[in-house]
Write a protein that binds this ligand. Structure first.
Ligand code: PBG
Length: 338
């Protein structure tokens, strides 16, 4: 047996695989990691007691009444999830063209917020500021005869909605409506009311997306919305410079944190926003993203745990400081086990 003669120059100079060989070096050189501190859990709340209603298009996601939500909140605390985001499922009989139920101080959201803050003071609570769960037409604001969402009237209603939520004790207001000037108007209201510590996470770059479909089923706005869309206020998916202008405006108007939404198809936007502003930046892995991963996993086409963790890490790599994700408890469980 003769050893084959190999010319030295044929050896690779660099062998990046060395650092990939063992778990310890992989962990040692890992650039980005996901922790439970990065997670915000969006939940759907409804009236009644004992309710745990499966959302058809979102396997594993339920609509809860306050009593059944309490153990979910407790679970978040135990898992170390910093924030829970509330989305209301409003009874159809309470929906009106101007969404006035959103201003009801003893409405569903204010009641749930104050109950949660009382029971779990250390769990951050975030609420959506937008009228779509409350309007009979499913748009995020008041519409004219042509179905066009009127900016300034809507903005004034959103300020009142934000006041009701803030007075109920919410920690973070998250305006998701995309009306012009609403962040500044909400911030001025908060200062005037001496609610100086209420934080604002602005849905700054929110795109008119097909990925919100299952969410609209969950809150029951899909049928109301019918064939109309939100393109006259949510952003055009082709735009990225505009996202930077939206973020700049929201920061100038008093946002503490900004968000890009949806998530996975907009990681480039997330990266640009993070690089340009260096402020706390969040991504929303929306209902449709959750649904597609679940659907593929249910078919045996994808390994759910793997794609869940990989997709969440992708947000971190793209610059997110945190992620709103329906996978939050499942991911937290895995992270806590590791
Ligand atoms: C309401 C709102 C939406 C989502 C969050 N807040 C739906 C929409 O704008 O139509 C979507 C969240 C998701 O799809 O998971 N303005």
């Amino acid at each position: 047996m003769t050893t084959p003669h190999i010319i030295l120059a044929d050896y690779p100079i660099n062998r990046p695989r060395r650092l990939r060989r063992d778990d310890f070096t992989r962990r040692l050189v890992r650039e980005h990691t996901l922790t439970v501190n990065d997670l915000i859990y969006p939940v759907f709340v409804t009236e009644g007691t004992g309710i745990q209603q499966q959302v058809g298009s979102m396997p594993g996601i339920l609509r809860y009444s306050l009593d059944t939500l309490l153990p979910v909140a407790e679970d978040c605390v135990k898992l170390g999830i910093p924030v829970m985001a509330l989305f209301p499922v409003i009874e159809p009989s309470l929906k009106t063209p101007d969404g006035s139920e959103a201003l009801n101080q003893s409405g569903l959201i204010p009641r749930v917020v104050s109950a949660l803050k009382k029971r779990f003071p250390d769990l951050g609570i975030l609420t959506d500021v937008a009228l779509d769960p409350y309007t009979s037409h499913g748009q995020d604001g008041v519409i004219d005869d042509d179905g066009y969402v009127l900016n300034d009237i809507t903005k004034d209603i959103l300020v009142q909605q934000a006041r009701v939520q803030a007075q109920a004790g919410v920690d973070i207001l998250a305006p998701s409506d995309m009306m012009d000037g609403r962040i500044g108007a909400i911030r001025r209201m908060l200062e005037a009311e001496n609610l100086i510590n209420t934080r604002i996470m602005a849905y700054s770059a929110k795109y008119a997306s097909g990925f919100y479909g299952p969410f609209r089923d969950a809150v029951g706005s899909a049928a109301n919305l019918g064939k109309s869309n939100k393109m006259a206020y949510q952003m055009d998916p082709g735009n990225i410079d505009e996202a930077l202008r939206e973020v700049a405006a929201d920061l100038q108007e008093g946002a503490d944190m900004v968000m890009v939404k949806p998530g996975m198809p907009y990681l480039d936007v997330l990266r640009r926003v993070k690089d340009a502003f260096r402020v706390p930046t969040f991504a929303y892995q929306v209902s449709g993203e959750y649904a597609m991963l679940q659907a593929a996993a249910a078919n045996g086409w994808l390994d759910l745990e793997k794609v869940m963790m990989e997709s969440l890490l992708g947000f971190k790599r793209a610059g997110a400081d945190g992620i709103l994700t329906y996978f939050a408890p499942a991911a937290a469980r895995l992270l806590n086990k590791a």
